[in-house]
Structures are given as C-alpha cells and as structure tokens.
Design a protein around this ligand. Structure first.
Ligand code: 13P
Ligand code: SF4
Length: 330
C-alpha cells in the first residue's frame, strides 16, 4: 500500500488528524521521537527487514515478552501482531503500548474464541490448561500457564506426569510437544495459516533440487512436514542453529522475515524459503505481520495511537499465567 493510501485509511479510522506529507524522513523522525518520548521499539523476526533494523530489540515471542516486562521506557512500540502487544500491556500495565496497525491479528489467536474455549475446558474439569502465547488476553485468563515455542517442553514438563493437560490453541505444536514428552495432552483444533500451508511434496522437491541443504522447520508446521526436518525450533532456535551448523545452505519452513537475520548472521550461507503449497511466489509471508510498515510506525509514534487498552480485570487475570511462564522458563 502507498503512503497516501495508508494515510487515507488512518484518517478515516480517526487514528490521525493530518496527513504525513511528502518527503518526511521517516527513519530519522522515528529515531527522534524514540528519544524525545522515551519509547522502546520491539520487533518480531517476521516483520519487514527495515522494521527489524529500526528496533531496539528484535526477537521471538519469549524474548519480546521478557523485554516488555523489564523495559524502563514510557512507551512500548510493538512491531508485531495484536497478541504480542497485548502481552506487553499485561506485563507492563503502567506503560503505553502502541501497535502500528490494530488489524495485525493472528490466525491462531482467532481460532480460539474465549467463550468456545471455556465450554471445551468445562468438559475436562481435572485438566490444567497450557496456552501457547499466540492467543487472546481472554484466553490467557482461562489458562494455568502460558508457553512459547521456545519453552513449551520445559513448561509441559513442569507438571507431574499424572497431571492431565489441555494444550491450546495450536494443535501442531501440541502434537509435536506430545511426541517429545510422551504426554497425551488434549489439543484445541487451531493452526497457523502460514505454517499449515507448507506441503511435504514441495519440500521434498526442494530437497531434491538442493541435496546439500539442511531442512529446518518451526514446530507450528504439520507433522508430515516436521518428519522431514533435520532441526525443529522456535525462530530464535532456528537462527542459532544455522550459525552453529556446518551446512552451507538451508531450506527454511517458517515465515520469510526470519531470513533477514539469518542472512545477516551468516552472509556466506544460502537460505531457501519454502513457498506455500498452492502459490507461485517464492516465500511465505504472514499477512498480519506484513501489515506493519515504516509509515504506520511513524504515525503511531507521532499520535501515540492505536494504543492497546484492556480492562483491568483481564490484565490481572491474564498476568498470572504469563508471569508463571517467565518464572518457569528462567
Ligand atoms: P516464535 O517467534 O516464538 O518462534 O513464534 C513464531 C510465531 O508464529 C509468532 O507469531
Ligand atoms: Fe499468527 Fe502464524 Fe502470523 Fe505467527 S505467523 S502471527 S502464528 S498467523
């Protein structure tokens, strides 16, 4: 979308009351406001490279939560998706948390409406609930503990083996953790629209074309895809793996934004993104993550909108399982 169109949309939504104007040096202005307003800019690995470059911290969901919990800034500018900014607000309720585009959602979070999940949970009164951080604040209030893909095994193993468990909302991650831990967690039927699209056929084709390359994958991928992988891990774990592996090239099954950090860390290595099964484009983008743009970051810092606002009781109830996760995974 062009700057003019973004402006029009933001004006219509009431987020801004004057246009950006041509020729504004966005990065310089963002930097000035960061200092003057005491903002910290947090970016997820899946956003566009220029948005990773302007960040004070780039990371995975766990790292970003830790940063949000410990920052001394007055304003957190979250360049990611809604559940991440919500988590930041829950962990730092006294701070102003800005998300450049409130429509930056997540298919996993949307797959688990709190009311439907509450009915599901009621069928299993003896079960504890572990929820993947990719869920709404309301779902977090129904959870005993939160996890991310980086700490899911540790969180599951913090419960005695005899404790029955529900895992929500990602059935693929839940299945994978069941297979690693030998548990039989009851799974909510949710999935990530990006990771679920990778097909075994396309990956086998790529592996045939690049026999020297190692295939690595995020655990949100389906089981048939994970069975092909040499290494499975969270975005941070995948990034660490490509740095320590002896291989010179990698076929990467996760959102394409992570390739920016991989190329920066290992400029001499080759990274081949896996395209979605039914597409002719070369890599897989999360359309929600990609709603973030430099223009929207500039505008949200200027107007301090859109802001994440949550009822106090939701903050209070959702905070406990997130802090429990941070305690267990430290
Ligand atoms: P991590 O960055 O925690 O691996 O999660 C990936 C993801 O899907 C974020 O939306
Ligand atoms: Fe959600 Fe998947 Fe996008 Fe991550 S990549 S924000 S899990 S839709």
């Amino acid at each position: 979308m062009k700057t003019g169109d973004i402006e029009k949309q933001l004006l219509e939504l009431g987020y801004i009351n004057e246009p950006v104007g041509p020729g504004i040096p966005l990065v310089r202005e963002i930097d000035r406001m960061r200092r003057e307003k005491n903002c910290v800019i947090l970016s997820h690995y899946y956003v566009e490279p220029e948005l990773q470059e302007i960040a004070d911290y780039v990371g995975d969901s766990l790292g970003l939560s830790r940063q949000a919990a410990s920052t001394e800034a007055d304003i957190i500018v979250f360049i990611g998706v809604h559940f991440m900014a919500e988590t930041a607000k829950i962990l730092s309720p006294g701070k102003k948390v800005l998300l450049p585009d409130l429509k930056a959602g997540c298919s996993l979070a949307e797959s688990a409406p709190a009311d439907a999940f509450a009915r599901f949970k009621a069928q299993y009164p003896d079960h504890k609930v572990i929820s993947y951080i990719n869920c709404s604040a309301e779902l977090k209030t129904l959870s005993d503990i939160i996890c991310t893909s980086a700490n899911a095994v540790k969180i599951v193993e913090s419960f005695p083996r005899e404790q029955a468990l529900i895992f929500a909302p990602d059935k693929n991650l839940g299945n994978y953790i069941n297979s690693l831990t030998g548990r039989n967690m009851v799974l909510w039927d949710g999935a990530c629209m990006v990771h679920e699209q990778f097909s075994r056929e396309k990956i086998v084709e790529l592996m045939d074309q690049h026999p020297e390359a190692e295939f690595i994958a995020h655990p949100e991928c389906t089981k048939p895809v994970l069975l092909l992988a040499k290494y499975i891990g969270s975005t941070t774990a995948l990034l660490k793996y490509v740095q320590k592996s002896q291989a010179r090239s990698f076929i990467v099954a996760t959102e394409s934004g992570i390739l920016h950090q991989m190329k920066k860390a290992c400029p001499e290595k080759i990274f081949i993104p896996v395209p979605p099964a039914d597409s002719t484009c070369a890599c897989s983008d999360c359309s929600y993550m990609k709603l973030n743009t430099l223009q929207k970051v500039y505008l949200c810092m200027k107007y301090e909108k859109p802001e994440i606002v949550l009822p106090q009781e939701i903050i209070d109830q959702a905070a406990a399982p997130i802090w429990r996760m941070l305690e267990v995974s430290d």
